[in-house]
Design a protein around this ligand. Sequence first.
Ligand SMILES: [Mn+2]
Length: 332
Amino acid sequence: MLNPPKQVPDQITEALRQAKNILIASHVFPDADAIGSQLALGNILESLGKNVFYYCEEFVSSMYEFMPGSEQLDNNLQNISQFDAAVAVDCGDRFRLGHEVDALLQIHPFIVIDHHAGHRDFGDISWVEADRSSTAEMVFDLARALNAEISYNAAYNLYAAIVSDSGSFKYDSTSAYTFHVAAQLLNRGVVPSEVAGKLFDNYSENRLKLLEKVLGSLELHSEGQIAVIAATNQMFEASGAKREDTEEFINLPRALRSVKVAAFLKETPDGSIKVSLRAKGECDVSQVALKYDGGGHRNAAGYSVKDKTLADVNEELLQDLRKRLKSRWSAA
Ligand SMILES: [Mn+2]
């Protein structure tokens, strides 16, 4: 049995043991780690006799409806005063909680569990480990610290979250401990091929049509070290695909042998440009994202720009990336 990199703070286990009605929140546009951590932690706390409210401002993308319990996610935030604790999972800063951030932060104690590099402190008690594969890996430790059983459904959600956030155990954040946690989850009956099927073999025809168009936009720069793909509003309309259908597309240009940094620029209906960045090795794209008030991890980050065209955002990003690659990411 491997030990976790760090112990769960006693303050968190104490606070959760004492609370009865607990709100759990994750971030807007939740990904598999956000949803999986939220649902699993809720399930674990329910097994300890707690009442749990699963707050989520956004609809759950149809891609994640397979995660057991996802129908419990609720955006109808009622009486805040009924809660005697809240937990935010996978939120790099308070604004990731969405429009109701001020109301949510009125709940005390407000516990924060996260693994984002550049995490901006909020809440009353926080536990942040930037070198973890996923928030789900930390939720596993929390279950242990609470001496709680991990049900099949909780194990399933944690495993899906870890696979997704670690890029199927490929990213640098994947450690021996990550595999150890995954093994414990398989011991609870989770079948890796089944979860992978749900996470990855789930394309609609429209999604594949969008992918064709997006890949057609591929540009390579700096001797192939930088790859850029883009999705315009026109591409979404022509393919009939949804916004969520672009998930995972960026991993294709990232997979090019020569590529060190891949960027995916997306037009949005409100006119802003969303930028996703994926990198390899020493290339720390969270530095780039932070410059634009975004955030993320060393090898996976993102930001959003208002009032600029896709071409302008692309040009500005390329200048920045070229400079960082030239200086070998040292004097950024
Ligand atoms: Mn995460």
